[in-house]
Design a protein around this ligand. Structure first.
Ligand SMILES: [Ca+2]
Ligand SMILES: [Ca+2]
Length: 492
């Protein structure tokens, strides 16, 4: 099912009324179309979305004139990716089937690199702000963000900006201009909220004037550009009443559908509870999901244990979401964590797109992007066309991408895979059959040998195979070594 507001919808609407049309009427229809898309983007619910995460500097360079401190041979330097490059390559994300894009922070960064044992470390990642009211020219301009949001909305995709409320960058101007707004040096506290994370100056977010300044900067940008949500950084390092005030301000200025997705390191449904209960966040990243999946795939926990976890992992307050992911920019790439094993990679992907919540794909994960632990986990997007810069890691696995695409398409068309009902139909040490909803079955074999259809599942003739992670056309009742399948019930 195409995402709402796709190009094909536009063609249908425009085409239906395009005969006998004056220029004025055409303009009116185009405006109506734009309002229609905007309404659809606003009305769609986040629980059905698939989020694609882009580290902007590492994605696509659309404007070489804004490049500064670019060194493609240094993973700690800038690589030139920007808002214009992302806009020019939205088709890559749309075609994969993702419906929303999360972009690393774009506010103005400190201008100097930090000395690091691996060489000068530039703020290419966007988490070392100098001025929250300006967009860093290395990423582009506010007009570029406007253009990106319009283009994404035109394709039926939402845009989420990454916002850091906890700290500023090392040596940011505020250390001299507004020292009373920061905790630095000896003022750094010992609690999660008052510590200086990685030695970064901590914002005194308890002060009303600091809050208002930050709200005006970030919420103001969202109001002007029409973005659809914030991904909130280092949430556990800012006090709860800040998040409650923030939620109220966001609701007032940006409406009820504006997404607040929080990063609480290590979070699961239990850690998420206070943020949902007190209406601080709409969604929280589900860190325990990748732990459980990688544990199972690396032979640590049994399929039985995984099944127990999967049946209960998403018990959260109504209207709130956990966002599962397999890897992110603070972890080694998925390929590294699975020691290059593509079969296990696809088992992990099958699980990601078969559970409740908003799945997150980290840039290049869908093409098997390489790179081990930090800083080599933040390599460039691998493009099909090597002329697209920065493209340093050009290896691209189209087989993995085709499987991601098939899984995403299936998820869009199958409400069971997105739904809440989840129960173990069969489990032993290696094999798990997880029933999703009334009509969908996920069957996974972690072992190094084929297994027969478990008789506990009843007659296999009642189930139609909708997906296999394997490379051969799966037709028999023998599930291959390291294969995942999704079946849909057709006969009762
Ligand atoms: Ca650039
Ligand atoms: Ca803090």
């Amino acid at each position: 099912m195409p995402a709402p507001g796709s190009i094909s919808d536009l063609t249908l609407i425009y085409g239906a009324g395009s005969f006998l049309m004056s220029a004025d009427r055409m303009i009116k229809i185009i405006i109506l179309c734009a309002m229609f898309f905007s309404a659809i983007v606003q009305a769609s619910t986040w629980k059905d979305d698939i989020l694609y995460f882009v580290m902007l500097d590492r994605f696509a360079d659309g404007d070489s004139t804004n490049n500064q401190d670019v060194d493609l041979n240094n993973t700690l330097a800038f690589h030139g990716g920007d808002l214009k490059g992302l806009r020019e390559h939205l088709g890559e994300i749309k075609e994969l089937g993702a419906t929303a894009i999360w972009i690393t922070p774009i506010v103005q960064q400190i201008t100097h690199p930090i000395g690091n044992e691996e060489g000068p470390f530039h703020p290419h990642h966007g988490y070392w702000a100098n001025d929250f009211t300006q967009i860093d020219p290395r990423y582009g301009s506010e007009q570029d963000l406007n253009d990106l949001v319009k283009a994404a909305h035109g394709l039926g995709m939402k845009v989420i900006l990454d916002i850091v409320y906890n700290h500023v960058g090392y040596g940011a101007d505020w250390e001299k201009e507004k020292p009373q707004w920061l905790r630095a040096g000896e003022q750094c506290g010992g609690s999660a909220v008052t510590l200086c994370l990685s030695g970064l100056p901590d914002l005194r977010t308890e002060l009303p004037e600091v809050r208002q300044y930050l709200f005006d900067a970030h919420i103001g940008l969202a109001e002007r550009t029409g973005i659809d949500g914030f991904r909130l950084d280092t949430v556990m390092h800012v006090e709860h009443d800040f998040w409650q005030a923030h939620r109220a301000e966001v609701r007032k200025k940006l409406g009820k559908d504006f997404l607040l997705l929080g990063e609480v390191w290590g979070a699961d449904k239990f850690t998420a509870r206070p943020y949902f209960q007190d209406d601080e966040m709409d969604a929280i990243f589900d860190f325990t999901f990748s732990d459980h999946i990688l544990g199972y795939l690396n032979g640590l926990g049994s399929a039985k244990r995984l099944g127990r976890y999967l049946s209960r992992r998403h018990d959260v307050a109504a209207g709130h979401l956990l966002a599962p992911f397999l890897s992110n920019h603070d972890m080694p790439t998925l390929l590294a964590m699975l020691r290059g094993d593509v079969d296990r990679y696809l088992l992990a992907a099958t699980l990601l797109f078969s559970v409740e919540g908003m799945p997150v794909i980290t840039w290049g994960e869908e093409v098997g992007r390489t790179g081990k632990a930090w800083p080599y986990n933040r390599e460039d997007m691998a493009w099909r066309d090597p002329a697209v810069k920065p493209n340093a890691s050009w290896k691209r696995n189209e087989f993995i991408r085709a499987k991601y695409k098939a899984l995403i398409n299936l998820r869009h068309s199958n409400t069971d895979l997105r739904g809440h009902l989840s129960s173990v139909a069969y489990a032993d040490k290696d094999v798990l059959a997880l029933k999703r909803g009334e009509k969908t079955l996920l069957l996974i074999n972690r072992s190094d040998h084929g297994v027969n259809w478990p008789p506990e599942l009843g007659n296999s003739d009642h189930w139609r195979l909708a997906f296999s992670s394997g490379s051969d056309a799966a037709t028999s009742d023998m599930i291959s070594a390291l294969e995942a399948r999704i079946y849909i019930k057709e006969h009762y």
